[in-house]
Design a protein around this ligand. Structure first.
Ligand SMILES: [Zn+2]
Ligand SMILES: [Zn+2]
Length: 428
């Protein structure tokens, strides 16, 4: 997604909205929650009028990967006095899974709400902003908020390895202008300190841009110098560099550039990368077939190395391979299609790291549906085995149907030209 647009605002999911939408959709009470293995053999398990005892249809002894149905099993509430509790309206969250799938969620009302918003979509991982990402100003975190965040994580079993905060869009550590770079560094350091106070171990940020004012090489050196300095001023947070789509003077669209930053960082234990699938695809790394996927992953392995992979952003692309444009599409509905995500969900090298959706949301429940869809892909050796939602059409957002148009128009077009005059980068 692109800075300056309000796509992120729209994309942010609020727990109350989800609950309301669940209430509206079903007018029923969810009777299973926070349990996996809720699979039913019924073909109509998305209907909401089932009044049978769903517990009896649960196969609680099934194997871990055999059972990925996360259908929100519901039961009609007959008594008005038996009004559903908020917890009961939450979708099923799969437990003990090797793939930690989640989304970028809202912090409206305080960072502690990110956990509630993650529960509302059945997420096993989440991303968040640590403050208003579009201004330099920030107020210190309230100690009560810090406590609430930590408590919410513990209570709901969100471990540090499933949290991947996203840095401010304004930060450009590769800026050749010393004053601007120092201002970016201060914001970067502030973000890292926030992570540490919240108990967060990974911090995802955009490497930066030379803004056409110096060589790529020099800009990479500036970025690495900032990371080294920040390491000395903080204790343990890992700086996770995101790959970029490749527009303008932005650093990091090539795996080699990510590796070059890492090579200049002294403490290799505290640096990592986050691969955004849309950005990789837009930068020319194909993932659409098993052969292409393996080739790309082999390149990544040889140039960067999987030990540095600390998270992924799962996004389809509204533009074609090598477009250098950063425009996210919903999973399976863009130029990439569903196959790359099936390959990802069955790739053991990607276990135990946050896999974060940053896809367009219009209805408010897209993240929940996409998390369900992604888990449905686990254990499937080809797409014909996958039970797709009724309204699902691969690539539909690039074929110009209504849904695609609606999403396209919600994203500001920054284009892919060498154009940025200021020091901000424009993807997320
Ligand atoms: Zn993006
Ligand atoms: Zn990003």
């Amino acid at each position: 997604m692109e800075a300056g647009s309000n796509t992120y605002q729209k994309g942010e999911v609020k727990v109350e909205e989800i609950i309301k939408s669940n209430e509206k959709r079903t007018n029923t009470k969810t009777i299973t929650r926070n349990t996996r293995s809720a699979k039913s053999t019924s073909s109509s398990d998305t209907t909401v009028t089932d009044t049978t005892n769903i517990d009896s249809s649960r196969n609680t002894t099934s194997k871990k990967t055999a059972n990925n149905s996360r259908t929100t099993k519901t039961k009609k509430t007959t008594s008005s006095a038996d009004s559903p509790k908020r917890e009961d309206m939450l979708p099923i969250r799969l437990q003990n899974v090797s793939k930690l799938v989640g989304a970028h969620v809202s912090i409206t009302g305080g960072v502690q709400n990110s956990i509630l918003n993650s529960l509302a979509i059945g997420a096993n991982a989440f991303a968040l902003f640590l403050r208003n990402q579009r201004t330099w100003k920030s107020t210190p975190l309230d100690p009560k908020v810090i406590t609430a965040f930590r408590e919410n994580c513990i209570e709901n079993n969100y471990q540090p390895n499933c949290i991947l905060p996203h840095g401010s869009y304004l930060i450009n550590l590769g800026n050749p202008d010393k004053t601007k770079r120092e201002k970016s560094y201060e914001a970067f350091l502030e973000d890292l300190r926030r992570c540490e106070s919240l108990g967060i171990e990974r911090y995802n940020f955009h490497p930066g841009s030379s803004v056409g004012g110096c060589s790529t090489e020099q800009s990479i050196t500036y970025i690495a110098e900032c990371i080294n300095k920040a390491h000395q001023e903080t204790n343990n947070v890992i700086c996770v560099i995101e790959n970029m789509a490749g527009s303008g003077y932005v650093i990091g669209s090539k795996f080699k550039e990510l590796a070059d930053i890492i090579s200049r960082v002294n403490d290799k234990d505290r640096v990592g990368v986050c691969i955004d699938t849309c950005h990789a695809f837009a930068a020319g790394y194909d993932l659409r077939t098993s052969k292409a996927y393996e080739k790309t992953m082999e390149k990544f392995s040889n140039i960067v190395g999987f030990k540095y992979l600390k998270g992924m952003h799962l996004n389809d692309s509204l533009t074609d391979l090598g477009s250098n444009r950063d425009r996210h599409a919903n999973i399976g509905k863009g130029y990439m299609g569903l196959e790359p995500f099936r390959l990802i969900m069955n790739d053991d090298r990607l276990n135990g790291i946050p896999l974060i959706l940053e896809t367009p949301t219009e209805q408010g429940d897209e993240y929940q549906k996409e998390i369900e869809l992604l888990y449905e892909l686990v254990g499937k050796s080809d797409l014909s085995q996958v039970k797709l939602p009724d309204d699902f059409v691969q690539g539909q957002q690039v074929k110009g149907n209504n849904s695609g148009k609606r999403i396209q128009s919600s994203i500001l077009d920054f284009g892919s030209k060498k154009k940025k005059k200021d020091d901000s980068t424009d993807e997320d």
